[in-house]
Design a protein around this ligand. Sequence first.
Ligand code: ZN
Length: 283
Amino acid sequence: MKKIVFIVLSLVLFTACKNEKKEAKAEETQEKEEVKVTLQFFNSGDITVNKLEVFSEGDLYKGESKVFVDPTYIITHPKGKLIWDTGLPEAIGAEPVTPGDGTFTLSRKDSLKNQLQGLNLTYNDFDYIGISHSHFDHTGTANYFKNATWLVQENEYDFITSEEQKNGLGAAVAALTNVKKLNGDYDVFGDGTVIIKSTPGHTIGHQSLYLDLGLERPILLTGDLYHFDENRENRVAPGFNYDIPQTKVSMNDFEAFAKEKNAEVIIQHSPKDFERLKTILKS
Ligand SMILES: [Zn+2]
């Protein structure tokens, strides 16, 4: 009799234990499912580079021209919303203009307000603003996000807010007063899904963005570490970069990270990658 009681008890305990494990596993899966990160993006400017050689260290690409897109990305995480790069200034307008020495022809077909409205969003819906770097084609509408926290490398911040830049490039970010200064990589939501990668060289505090959207492969947005495929294939840096040797180090680090994570690399200015990202997000 004792033996039978023991067997029955053991069975009850075993079943209870199994159920507990099952429940724990279900909870774990649920937790993972809850961290749903989504990405939306649209084009915030068209750029024709009339003198493509500026994107090399010498006369490479001389006589060539290329069309760039200039996207804005919106990342939605259960803990908040991040806008990444803000395109060309709206003042440029819908008609193409070719300022200065004629290197670029620029146009911006729609206002950011309209573009956000299309996604049922307003400027105030954003908790964070990240800018790959402080050139005019990435900071164009940054000042609208004055309520968001600006995630910026400390050295980029010091440069862009310096006396020298105050009325130049710095004017485009003057309204951003909630600042989180970074020194290297930064895990935005603390769970490894959205990571700012420090990739200095194009500017002093240039950064790229890693996104784990739960798709087959994570996504790596280059910022302007590369401007087009040939730059990446041949590791060519623009002659106007802040630090060319440092850019090459960043390229190597970036590629090693991309390989480690098996990430889809998206060159932000590439029209081809703009279309490719649409396809990736549909998958
Ligand atoms: Zn750019």
